[in-house]
Design a protein around this ligand. Sequence first.
Ligand SMILES: NC(=O)c1ccc[n+]([C@@H]2O[C@H](COP(=O)([O-])OP(=O)(O)OC[C@H]3O[C@@H](n4cnc5c(N)ncnc54)[C@H](OP(=O)(O)O)[C@@H]3O)[C@@H](O)[C@H]2O)c1
Length: 109
Amino acid sequence: MAGIGGIIMGSSTYLWILDHEQVLENPEKWNDWYGGKDCVVMTTRSLPEVPGVRFAQGDVRPVHASLAASGKDVWAAGGGDLVGQLTDHGLVDELWISVTPSTTASSCT
Ligand SMILES: NC(=O)c1ccc[n+]([C@@H]2O[C@H](COP(=O)([O-])OP(=O)(O)OC[C@H]3O[C@@H](n4cnc5c(N)ncnc54)[C@H](OP(=O)(O)O)[C@@H]3O)[C@@H](O)[C@H]2O)c1
């Protein structure tokens, strides 16, 4: 995270985080995770606001340029829709792929 100056995400991802992490009820969570980062949510709608988040729509190139102005990396947090737009404009140069193990109750018997 230290090398990241800005974060861009689509509205589906943003709303998923708000819902699953109850961020509106606990807005300090956002600051704990993303504090100090310039964060843009791409949307055509009027969405719930969290301090530190700004909204944009349309061409992702000027948004990416504003986030990259610090000289640090821009994290495209997802989802696939948004990352596809950035890829179309040649703005994705690293993919970080994580594997998250999961278990079910039946696998523990
Ligand atoms: N596992 C992970 O690490 C991870 C990470 C990220 C996401 N995800 C998952 O991926 C899923 C979401 O991915 P997704 O591809 O469906 O959606 P997404 O990229 O998060 O959001 C897509 C939505 O963002 C808005 N949008 C995107 N580009 C825009 C633009 N240029 N201008 C204006 N609005 C724009 C549009 O919605 P509106 O205009 O209608 O608002 C669009 O429908 C979720 O299930 C999430 O949990 C997983």
